[in-house]
Design a protein around this ligand. Structure first.
Ligand code: F6R
Length: 251
């Protein structure tokens, strides 16, 4: 695992965008795995800037999002469909037919999850997966206790996660859906490359356990330790409990 410590959220976002750009230039038909939440917003802003100012081309890119709430219509303001359109897709030249996000409104969720996995395989697998991390160590919505071999499926959200995400639902936890469809840890780990991003002191415990703790289903992100091409970009606050020496980036 390559751990890179940067100064703050902005440098984390710029370095992540630099890696995405390198991959995209190398492989214009990149299959990109995407996350939602606060963490990747700066990365998406930087990719939009690169598209507008440097001509970064997304026309051949395919994207797969990690997760979506169950029960929220696509046009709900807090659905991950809306999030991705507002914060990335509508600002770049991606082909809408190359965008895949789990659909939380389907009747047969199990069949939908099988279809999602098949689509990823049909596109040749995910080349580069972007990940955030929950305070409890979740990746996607794979909460502690998730099988380390899990595939795309429906999961119950941890209370901690619903509390954290209540900020997007007017602070009202009762409005936060209880279930989500998420790629499994097995699905995520099969990506050819992974970049996990974390910023801020409230992620420092999760980062400490992910990077320097044992691999355990109680810290789902710790599974990235077995990945041959995982990069963890953390700002100084998120890295503040790490004890070993790591690469730094001053850009
Ligand atoms: C969202 C996702 C989640 C978030 C995590 C951190 O697609 O996969 O695992 O990355 O909950 O959320 P933020 O970035 O809001 O702290």
């Amino acid at each position: 695992m390559r751990v890179i410590i940067v100064e703050n959220y902005d440098s984390m976002s710029r370095l992540a965008a630099k890696f995405v750009k390198e991959e995209l230039v190398r492989k214009p038909d990149l299959v990109l795995g995407l996350a939602t939440g606060s963490t990747p917003l700066g990365l998406y802003k930087e990719l939009i800037r690169m598209h507008k100012e440097e001509g970064l081309d997304f026309s051949k890119v395919t994207t797969f999002n990690l997760d979506e709430y169950v029960g929220l219509p696509k046009n709900h303001p807090e659905s991950y469909h809306t999030f991705m359109w507002e914060n990335l897709f509508k600002h770049i030249n991606i082909n809408p037919s190359n965008i895949y996000i789990p659909d939380g409104t389907v009747e047969d969720i199990e069949a939908h999850c099988v279809w999602y996995e098949e689509k990823i395989a049909e596109k040749g697998g995910i080349d580069l997966q972007i990940l955030g991390i929950g305070r409890d160590g979740h990746i996607g919505f794979n909460e502690p206790g998730s099988s380390l071999a899990s595939r795309t499926r429906i999961k119950t959200l941890a209370r901690e996660t619903r509390e954290d995400n209540a900020r997007f639902f007017g602070g009202d936890i009762s409005k936060v859906p209880k279930y989500a469809i998420t790629m499994g840890i097995g699905t995520i780990i099969e990506s050819k490359k992974l970049i996990l991003l974390a910023s801020g002191a409230n992620k420092r415990d999760a980062i400490k356990k992910t990077v320097e703790g044992p691999i355990t289903a109680m810290v789902p992100a710790s599974m990235i330790q077995i990945h041959p091409m995982a990069i963890v970009i953390v700002d100084q606050e998120a890295a503040s409990l790490l004890e070993r020496e790591y690469e730094t980036w001053e850009g």
